[in-house]
Design a protein around this ligand. Structure first.
Ligand code: ZN
Length: 282
């Protein structure tokens, strides 16, 4: 399913499936011709190509090296959607000058950097609920405490335990683990940097496209085909030469933006006060 059917209600939240643990791979998604959905379909196809790459492994090894790997593959490919690449495939006519990178990097950072604290707190909340540390009478308060502590955001109106705000996040009622997306946000830049290096690229990381690089593809495939037959640090090493999560590739990618923001934020206080929100009923 690639578009919303007219005759029935469906769940449009994008997902990728392997139906027979072999070659029957499918997407369930409602796509529009937008830049966001262009990235979404890369994300979902990342799952699909991982499925296809490890299908010859024994059944118990047909899975991602860890959940974060599965979520990172498509995104690491989508980072290769640069202006140069868009021109080569005929989606734009002119390559914008490098000054135009800042707004694009800021847009990407508002997605991927601002996501990190959110990506972490979903399962922090859930693990505290599952362990019994947070009791049902405190579910919503505990949620907003984490939102405040990690994200520095507060509810715009008064909240209480008659509200259940975590339930508004798809993955909570759907029971999909979430720390995978936090890990993937970091891994995808490591995978991307590794493929850029394999392709022989040497310029600023945010301008790298490894489109049509056989070497980058070989590096990716070597890791994908392992499935979960090796511990994840070994799979990571096959692709990147590294064996742990490392945010330095992320920092390198956003380097021009980081430099600009340091300038813009000079003299500003870069923090927020936790427990300062009067709308949270204690
Ligand atoms: Zn996914």
């Amino acid at each position: 399913m690639l578009t919303r059917p007219r005759d029935r209600e469906v769940t449009c939240h994008a997902s990728a499936w392997v139906v027979d643990s072999d070659k029957d791979v499918r997407l369930k998604v409602c796509l529009h011709q937008t830049a966001d959905d262009f990235r979404t379909v890369h994300h979902e196809l990342g799952h699909v190509y991982y499925f296809l790459s490890y299908r010859t492994q024994p059944p118990s090894f047909r899975g991602g090296a860890n959940d974060g790997f599965h979520e990172a593959i498509g995104d690491s490919i989508a980072l290769s959607i640069t202006p140069e690449y868009l021109k080569r495939i005929g989606l734009i006519q002119q390559i914008p000058p490098t000054q135009a990178d800042l707004p694009l990097l800021l847009h990407t950072a508002l997605d991927k950097i601002a996501f990190l604290p959110f990506g972490l707190l979903i399962d922090k909340w859930r693990w505290e609920v599952f362990s019994g540390k947070v009791k049902p009478a405190d579910y919503n308060r505990a949620w907003w405490e984490l939102r405040e502590e990690y994200q520095g955001v507060a509810p715009p109106v008064n909240r209480s335990e008659t509200d259940f705000d975590p339930g508004a996040k798809y993955h909570i009622p759907d029971n999909t683990p979430y720390v995978r997306y936090f890990l993937a946000a970091i891994y995808q830049f490591q995978f991307y940097r590794a493929m850029c290096q394999a392709s022989g690229y040497t310029g600023p990381l945010n301008r790298c496209s490894f489109f049509e690089s056989k070497e980058a593809g070989a590096r990716l495939r070597a890791m994908l085909k392992l499935g979960q037959s090796k511990p994840w640090p070994e799979a990571m090493r096959v692709m990147t030469g590294e064996d742990k999560a490392d945010a330095s590739a992320m920092v390198e990618y956003f380097e021009p933006l980081l430099k600009w923001l340091k300038e813009q934020n000079r003299g500003e206080s870069l923090a927020w006060t936790v427990n300062a929100n009067p709308l949270l009923s204690k």
